[in-house]
Design a protein around this ligand. Structure first.
Ligand code: MGD
Ligand code: MGD
Ligand code: SF4
Ligand code: MO
Length: 730
């Protein structure tokens, strides 16, 4: 007899509701859950392939410790003893700064792991905290921090009600949306256009999304800020004024900083004709509900923060920010307490070697290799990597791999072997996603609609849940010894009590000022990350505030596996989300004005620039082992523009050498007119290394070519797009 289980897919940000047929511990099949209130029956091949992932014999199930040079299966106790001993030695010899954490992308799709690693990182007491965010979205969050005083107030396009959509550096038809949780995006684009909406994509490549759009505009990598500056100037010339009802300051300063950027220069820099730029400006002015949105192509580039900032300036100028059909602020169901604002979350501390500024509580991964390599006080000697693969996802792979291999302790918490676990001293296996719960705490604030959905575990875990891994590592870091079960539960109680304490002191929490003891007694789950989840949901915007009113509880969501719809995104939220002390939006922060100066003096792009591409059947560096996703031709090819190919003498299917100032790879050329002249395009997430995945696809590692020093100014986020390269026949 088969049973049915329901889950949110844990792979990408679309967060599709899955309907899963089970026979005991076996997953028989996965299909879209048509009744899911949020994803309404969307699924892709990767979601279906989770059945193979769950059953994959190569998925890690036992802890591993390096013995005589080889990773060897050990018991959990042995693994923790090993970690504890090494951590203590390192801490004694070098201090807490030597203990670093790296947080990978899948933690955003795994609530237990993300909360658990938070406990570890806080317990370690070290500022050496790194995440994949500085090879991803941090410039956009920093732009929001600068403009709104709130790095989590991220405007999301209201495609359901917009009538003009300017999309820069995003390919949601393949990525399924990012910082914009929007399952069924292809259908939504179709419906938007059927309603008369116009979609214009701006990208150095004619992408799958460009093909679904009304118009595509080719742009040279890294030049979006020029285009946006020109559009702002055009709108001013067209008589567009900043709408009166926004509480802003600094618009005149910003405007004058941009005012001498002329259309002819912008056309030369970007490769976009003056007529096309004028047309975009006119469309932005003349449509009732225009929206501008930028993603990875606007953040993983040399002017990520400035570009992201100017995107929202355009939304402001057209009156679209925070209004229906524009760029809106969805509402999070889960409340995470925050301490009273201590000002801008930037440059409160710096990296040791190059003095790079802290950004949003983390240090930029651009500094990771040198912080490990460079001797002296505070040199990193241990790294715990949670669900990440920095060797493939971060710049200068070869150098970073050497640095990681030189550590006194590298611990990876992962569900597969990857290029980073190869170098580890200890590998702790996470569970199958179906063996743990999930709730979208981070992405919940970025939905195309407001909703709440909880995924309960489908199976008992064969090994500890990842919340427990984080918790136990946290105890070890805090106390210098491995806890027994009773001590671990007390430690967990203390974590929950501390979080309640933060809530009752946080004016934005629904339980501000309440009695912490009372709340502790009212939390329903008895153990695990679910306790914090119940707390966050019930203290949140739609929560029952622990009996103070009617509202959401975790139990309600457990009882409603199709989710609870909370309605369309509301307009008029600006005063709620703005965190600046004076309540106003800052349109001329010093950092932005400095970046405008840097833009002016930036060199024009190199003759050949490398950009990335995401593949429908992969997710960053993982899922490579699943047969369902590996079928078909090699996907990791280098797109070369056909005129360029003719000039260099490269034929389709031929191997070429791609080199940069830091590395060289060999890739198979795919000659195409889909990339603009002077641009070559290669997927990331592959490598030439042998990893223990029997079907594991290999390919050139893009990030052997990317340089850590080529980055966004304010956030040091690495410009993984627009990398200067040379290509030649092999
Ligand atoms: N050149 C180039 N580089 C890029 C990008 C690019 O566009 N171009 N994109 C960047 C972006 S946007 C990102 S987000 C980063 C991603 O960078 P990372 O997060 O460092 O790398 P991933 O490839 O996502 O690796 C995730 C690892 O987590 C493991 N994993 C998956 N699920 C779980 C789980 O539930 N528990 C545990 N413990 N482990 C799990 C997988 O097996 C995999 O090994 O890469 C960045 N790198
Ligand atoms: N199938 C699949 N889905 C995924 C992932 C995956 O690996 N595979 N990864 C997930 C992750 S971690 C993320 S962060 C999201 C990312 O989601 P998206 O940002 O939507 O996806 P990308 O394909 O990286 O789109 C970036 C686009 O920017 C373009 N680009 C590069 N440089 C520039 C530039 O200088 N200017 C402009 N205007 N464009 C530029 C690229 O050609 C590319 O089309 O996708 C998520 N979803
Ligand atoms: S689109 Fe993303 S969330 Fe939906 S099934 Fe595919 S991988 Fe999973
Ligand atoms: Mo990402």
């Amino acid at each position: 007899m088969s049973e049915t289980g329901y889950r949110i897919c844990s792979i990408c940000e679309a967060a599709c509701g899955l309907k899963i047929s089970l026979d005991g511990r076996q997953v028989i099949g996965i299909e879209a859950n048509d009744d899911d209130v949020f994803s309404e029956g969307h699924i892709c091949a990767k979601g279906i392939a989770l059945a193979e992932l769950d059953a994959d014999p190569d998925r890690l199930r036992k802890p591993l410790v390096r013995r005589d040079g080889r990773l060897t299966e050990v018991s959990w106790d042995e693994a923790y003893d090993f970690i504890c001993e090494r951590l203590n030695q390192i801490k004694d010899a070098h201090g807490v700064r030597a203990l670093a954490t790296y947080v990978g992308n899948p933690t955003a799709h795994n609530i237990g792991l993300s909360l658990g690693l938070g406990v570890y990182a806080a317990s370690s007491g070290s500022p050496s905290f790194y995440t994949a965010g500085t090879v991803d979205q941090v410039p956009k969050q920093l732009a929001c921090e600068l403009m709104f005083g709130n790095d989590l107030a991220i405007p999301v396009p209201d495609i359901e009600r917009a009538d003009y959509f300017l999309m820069l550096g995003a390919n949601p038809v393949v990525s399924n949306g990012s910082l914009w949780v929007v399952p069924k995006v292809r259908e939504r684009i179709r419906a938007f256009r059927a309603r008369g909406g116009k979609l214009v994509t701006v990208d150095p490549r004619r992408t799958e999304t460009a093909r679904a759009a009304d118009e595509h505009v080719f742009i040279r990598p890294g030049t979006d800020a020029w285009l946006l500056a020109a559009l702002i100037n055009q709108l001013v010339d067209l008589g567009c004024k900043l709408p009166d009802d926004y509480p802003v300051q600094g618009f005149e300063d910003l405007r004058s900083a941009l005012s001498d950027i002329d259309l002819t220069t912008v056309a030369e820099r970007t490769g976009i004709s003056e007529a096309d730029i004028r047309q975009i400006a006119t469309d932005l002015k003349d449509t009732a509900h225009p929206v501008v949105y930028g993603r990875v192509g606007t953040t993983l580039q040399a002017f990520g923060t400035l570009t992201s900032f100017l995107v929202e300036v355009l939304n402001l100028m057209t009156g679209s920010l925070d209004s229906e059909g524009g760029a809106m602020f969805p509402e999070q169901t889960y409340h995470a307490p925050s301490s009273p604002s201590g000002g801008l979350k930037h440059n409160r501390f710096q990296t040791r070697v190059s003095g790079l500024p802290e950004v949003l509580g983390q240090l930029p991964v651009a500094a990771l290799a040198e912080e490990i390599e460079t001797p002296g006080d505070g040199q990193i000697r241990a790294l715990v990597c949670f669900a990440g693969n920095p060797v493939v996802s971060n710049p200068e792979s070869d150098r970073l791999a050497r640095a990681l291999a030189s550590l006194d302790l590298l611990v990876c918490v992962d569900i597969y072997h990857n290029e980073t676990t190869r170098l580890a001293d200890v590998v702790l296996p996470g569970t199958s996603p179906f063996e743990d719960s999930h709730y979208d705490s981070f992405l919940g604030a970025m939905g195309y609609r407001n909703a709440a959905r909880y995924s309960a575990p489908l199976f008992d875990a064969e090994q500890p849940r990842e919340w427990d891994i984080g918790l136990k590592l946290g105890f070890v870091a805090a106390n210098g010894r491995v806890p027994d079960d009773a001590e671990l539960r007390t430690f967990e109680d203390n974590v929950v009590a501390r979080t309640i304490g933060e809530h009752v002191e946080d004016k934005n929490s629904g339980i501000y000022g309440r009695d912490p003891q009372e709340i502790m007694g009212l939390i329903e789950p008895e153990a695990g990350a679910e306790r914090l989840l119940d707390l966050g949901i019930r203290a949140g915007r739609w929560g029952d505030h622990f009996g103070a009113r009617e509202g959401l509880t975790l139990q309600q969501l457990v009882d409603t596996p199709n989710g609870i719809d909370l309605g369309a995104v509301r307009s008029g939220r600006l005063t709620e989300v703005v965190g600046h002390a004076d309540g106003r939006l800052d349109l001329a922060p010093e950092m932005v004005l400095t970046e405008i100066e840097r833009l002016r003096t930036a060199e024009t792009g190199a003759s050949t620039q490398l950009i990335g591409r995401r593949l429908t059947r992969a997710n960053n560096s993982w899922l490579r082992n699943l047969p369902m996703l590996g079928k078909g031709r090699s996907m990791c090819t280098l797109f070369v523009n056909s005129d360029d190919a003719r000039q260099i003498g490269i034929n389709d299917g031929e191997d070429v050498e791609v080199s940069s100032n830091v590395g060289v790879v060999t890739a198979t050329a795919e000659v195409t007119d889909d990339v603009v002249r002077g641009v070559v395009c290669l997927p990331h997430g592959f490598s030439e290394d042998e990893i223990e995945q029997r079907n594991g696809l290999s390919g050139p590692n893009y990030n052997r070519l990317a340089s850590a020093g080529y980055s966004d100014g304010p956030s040091s986020t690495v410009a993984l797009n627009g990398v200067a390269v040379t290509i030649r026949r092999k």
